[in-house]
Design a protein. Structure first.
Length: 588
């Protein structure tokens, strides 16, 4: 493969903090690589180093000569006076490029190309920055959280766009469906080192688990040896010259290995001390508009006890507005929310929490409570709670100003949960959180004995957490769907196919109505009819084979992924050919 980038023995430190040490990897033409790691270990820093925006301590970064690199930053900055189109690129009157810019920006729901960048929200600016990177057609795309601030339709469009052709990319994202469907290689930063997994996200999960099991076994063995070596060291004379130097060196290496930590949680944070009454809330024919834009129109819903609801829809359709109306942060135009007396809301907002920068992480949580009561005589101290959400004891005594953006979001989440609410309202909780923290949160919400409403564009997260959806379609239209996001998309796909079939049948009926006498099949149509019979038989055989393979449970992950993508395309092709065969079969 044609090498684009080679990184050799790269090291980066901030004072006493080492982010990574002597890491090496390469990117070849056509590779699509996902970078995963916990918050605060240097993902965004590594991307900034690779694009020359930040320096490094040691190592070498070698790009292929004349390689064109496009970089999407996590928080891009623009001249507030320049227009959307100028922010995308200097088009120099090239109509073809302007047309393409309009197409990409339309997909990302940016419609006014003359609007000054200073009038756009942070999310809209991120989408313009994404359009900018895509439009420049770089050889190598480096993307930092590309799915943040995109709604589900945009994410699926971007997923399809990046998967086409031989695009080469390196990206950081928490969206696991996106990782699984776009990337063919995962690299993981962990404990200052880099680990490479040559497969998609599902493959990475399997192989990472194996790596951790091997590491645990090595640490257990090292601990046993360390105890014996420690006894030997203590028995020796104090004068260092009397000890075997090679054995002393081996002792210190063994000590380092034995003290390694595999920070995988062994305990589920399950509370039995949360009570919520049978009456939760009733949304009684609520309406809300902003000027001419209708958010809700005579909307009624009675929320059930222990319900875990997801809210999805396009940006600006009213999802966050609905949460603020429920919580009383915004007034309704008409109607009301009737909320049960036992309900205690815990609200995680998109805007986040403003922290005292000079306060220590542990003190932020202790200001809320010293411990959380789990019931049955069990409790978690503030420190234990933070450690459960992957704040090490050392990090807990760090000042807030030292935290990364993802670590701040995680600390904000801890402050919400530490209040021990019985009804969680989470508005985009997955943004900027690392995958490990998302897994902890998913586990917490699965065990949570109260009610949950989640607004999120993370399909994987939604599938694992919610059992019911409200779909905001815009203009006050809201669909109530009894299932998770994947089930909803499957239902939409089935509905679209049925509508398409109805349209095709309707067209055929109209043609037959206008042709009262059946005409005979032409020679060309006879040849087509025979060909279609052969092709349909082949496609049906392929479909049977794929379905048998998917149900068999013996295929590897790569094959299953490939076949899962082929099956819907195969069904669509079968539908089209079968419909044409039916049309021809009506002729004499």
């Amino acid at each position: 493969m044609n090498p684009y980038l080679d990184v050799q023995n790269l090291t980066k430190t901030f004072g006493a903090l080492t982010l990574f040490e002597h890491i090496s990897f390469s990117i070849a033409e056509g590779q699509r690589i996902g970078l995963v790691a916990k918050n605060g270990v240097g993902k965004s820093t590594l991307l900034s180093i690779l694009t020359g925006k930040e320096g490094y301590d040691e190592g070498e970064i070698i790009y292929r000569k004349d390689l064109k690199v496009g970089f999407l930053e996590q928080s891009p900055q623009f001249d507030p006076e320049e227009s959307v189109l100028d922010a995308c690129f200097n088009h120099h009157g090239d109509d073809e490029k302007v047309l393409r810019a309009k197409q990409v920006l339309t997909q990302l729901k940016i419609s006014d190309l003359t609007q000054p960048m200073g009038q756009l929200s942070g999310g809209q600016q991120k989408r313009v920055a994404l359009a900018n990177v895509l439009l420049t057609d770089p050889d190598l795309l480096i993307l930092d959280e590309p799915t943040n601030h995109l709604d589900l339709d945009m994410i699926e469009w971007l997923e399809s766009y990046l998967s086409r052709g031989r695009r080469t990319l390196l990206m950081v994202t928490h969206d696991r469906f996106f990782l699984d469907r776009v990337c063919d290689m995962i690299i993981e930063l962990d404990n200052h080192s880099l680990y490479t997994y040559r497969g998609n996200y599902a493959y990475y999960l399997e192989k990472r688990q194996h790596r951790l099991e091997v590491a645990r076994a090595e640490i257990t063995r090292a601990n046993n040896l360390y105890r014996r070596e420690l006894e030997w060291m203590r028995r020796q004379p104090q004068a260092r010259g009397h000890k075997a130097k090679y054995r002393e060196d081996a002792f210190y290496e063994l000590e380092r290995k034995a003290k390694q930590r595999i920070e995988e949680r062994q305990m589920r944070l399950k509370s039995t001390n949360v009570y919520i009454g049978s009456k939760i809330f009733e949304c009684q024919y609520v309406s809300k508009s902003w000027g001419d834009k209708v958010m809700l129109k005579d909307f009624y819903y009675n929320f059930a006890r222990f319900e875990k609801m997801g809210i999805v829809g396009s940006n600006g359709a009213g999802k966050s507005t609905f949460l603020k109306l429920l919580l009383g942060y915004e007034p309704v135009d008409s109607g009301r929310f009737d909320i049960g007396e036992t309900v205690r809301f815990g609200y995680f907002s998109q805007e986040g929490l403003q922290f005292d920068e000079q306060q220590k992480v542990l003190d932020v949580v202790r200001d809320i409570a010293d411990y959380i009561d789990l019931g049955g005589g069990r409790h978690f101290t503030a420190s234990q709670f933070l450690q459960h959400f992957q704040f090490t004891p050392e990090q807990q005594y760090n000042y807030v100003y030292k935290l990364s953006g993802g670590e701040r979001r995680k600390l904000y989440l801890c402050t919400v949960l530490m209040r021990n609410p019985n009804f969680l309202v989470l508005d985009e909780p997955t943004n900027d959180l690392d995958i490990q923290t998302l897994q902890i949160l998913e586990e917490y919400l699965s065990d949570f004995p109260g009610c949950v409403i989640v607004v999120s564009h993370d399909r994987y997260f939604m599938d694992k957490v919610v059992d019911h959806l409200l779909v905001f379609k815009g203009d006050g239209v809201i669909k109530d769907f009894p299932g998770n996001y994947t089930q909803y998309r499957e239902w939409c796909s089935l509905s679209e196919k049925e509508e398409s079939s109805d349209v095709k049948v309707d067209k055929r009926v109209k043609r037959e109505y206008h042709n009262t006498e059946k005409r005979k099949m032409s020679y060309k149509e006879k040849m087509e009819y025979a060909r279609l019979e052969r092709e349909i038989a082949i496609l049906e055989e392929e479909k049977r084979n794929i379905e048998a393979m998917l149900c068999g449970g013996t295929s590897d992950v790569e094959t299953i992924t490939k076949m899962s993508k082929r099956l819907p395309l195969l069904n669509e092709e079968l539908d089209e050919k079968s419909m044409r065969w039916l049309e021809l079969s009506e002729l004499e």
